[in-house]
Design a protein around this ligand. Structure first.
Ligand code: SF4
Length: 147
């Protein structure tokens, strides 16, 4: 199985601490985190993904996920993350295997601000910056480094 993620959610997963738009959104995000932590591959997609699913299930909210601003976030995230990933991911259709080492490298780049272009204008930007600055305390996606 693969977990469908749009590119900017490769950033959001780094700082997810169990907060989100609704209880259903958080419940679903927790499930996505569990799947990633258990080693399921990421399948990079365009548009709404596994994290968007509860918003798309509620009438009207899915428009946000299809919006030009959110798509621009994906493009920016893909541009900034590509040099950090083997094979220059993440375009749509790309697959990505997360592990603890990659997660740590992504979090280091995120904390340094090098991959935060997609976060510009996001309502969660201040909260995410605080989480990164606090050493990612409380984040829910944790993976052991490869042996
Ligand atoms: S600031 Fe917004 S886009 Fe950036 S990681 Fe946080 S929730 Fe995701």
């Amino acid at each position: 199985m693969t977990v469908a993620l749009r590119a900017h959610h490769l950033l959001c997963m780094l700082t997810y601490v169990g907060k989100g738009y609704s209880a259903a959104f958080v419940h679903n995000f927790d499930g996505v985190v569990s799947r990633l932590a258990s080693g399921e591959e990421v399948l990079v997609v365009e548009g709404p993904d596994a994290i968007c699913a509860p918003l798309c299930a509620s009438e009207g909210a899915c428009a946000h996920c299809h919006g030009a601003q959110v798509r621009a976030r994906d493009e920016r995230a893909a541009q900034e993350l590509a040099p950090l990933l083997v094979g220059g991911l993440p375009g749509a259709g790309s697959r990505l295997q997360l592990d603890g080492g990659l997660l740590a490298r992504l979090r280091a780049q995120y904390a340094s601000g090098h991959v935060r272009g997609a976060c510009t204008g996001c309502e969660w930007a201040e909260a995410c910056s605080g989480i990164a600055a606090a050493g990612y305390e409380g984040v829910r996606l944790r993976m052991a480094p490869p042996a």
